[in-house]
Design a protein around this ligand. Sequence first.
Ligand SMILES: [Zn+2]
Length: 333
Amino acid sequence: MCSLHFLNFLLINFCTGAYFMLLRLLTRYFLAFAVLLFALKPSSAQVANNKIIKVFIDAGHGGRDPGNEARQRGMKDEKHLNLEISLKLGKYISERIKNTKVIYSRTTDKKISLDDLVNIANNSGADYFISIHCNSNPNRAIYGTRTHIHSHKFKASRNLAFIIEKEFSTRAGRKSRGVMDARDRGYNLQALQYTKMPGVLVECGFMTNPTEEKFLNSTLGQDYIASAIFRAFRTFLHESNVHVEDRDNIYKVQILASTAPVNLKERRFQKLDSRVEEYKFPGQTYGYRYMVGREYDLETAKKLMRKLRNEGFKDAFVVSLKDGEYKTSRVSR
Ligand SMILES: [Zn+2]
């Protein structure tokens, strides 16, 4: 949408739609709004080598999984907000940054399992992964944005995340709650751990905070969020000194090797909170090996190994593995 259409679009909403809230928001954000329109002008900067840059945008949840539920009357569940913001973000990126292709996890209200999401993203050949979510907290006073990454040692993800949070706080009038990795959180996010490209998961605000829930549900609020992420992504492409990450050299924990396939529905596997993957090594005696985790440093892999030993897999050990080649070597005792 060009700036003029965008303005018309907002004027139409302004005249016929949700008068009060938009009027208030427009007044309150008038100056910032002018800045927003200016910043949305198409980028003239060329992206290096004219290579097509593929961006995978994941609208979190969907279908039977609503995510966080709407709190106030007339407000939408998280899955709808995520989709609306994702579609706006994708439109801005594909229309305003040359040589980009946007791939969506979903464009309708349907559920995609985390395993499927990871596989779809990895098989899409995407260069970047952006997942859109909205947050909740038992404390209704808490509000603001947060961007998650897998690890601070992944510099491309980290740079993108910090630029997004900066855009939120300086240009979109949001309170930034900063950038967190798995260690900060104390847990992994599968979508960020198992995807093979630089990635961020953006929490666009708290639906449990009444003011922020209204903002997230408003057309203008969604435009602010989507355009802030769009500008951040554009800045990242043009200014970050690192755009790729080594996610091929990984560590996994082998919990079992077998001469024949093992049923992964067995209780001993089901009770683990990590998913178990089967790797086949044709021609070898123990041709079926069962692995857990996807770690990018030995220390974290050993921690997972100790946890799995405590959970009943006494012989678990760490292997280093070049992803895609299926070559393993034992690196722990
Ligand atoms: Zn969510």
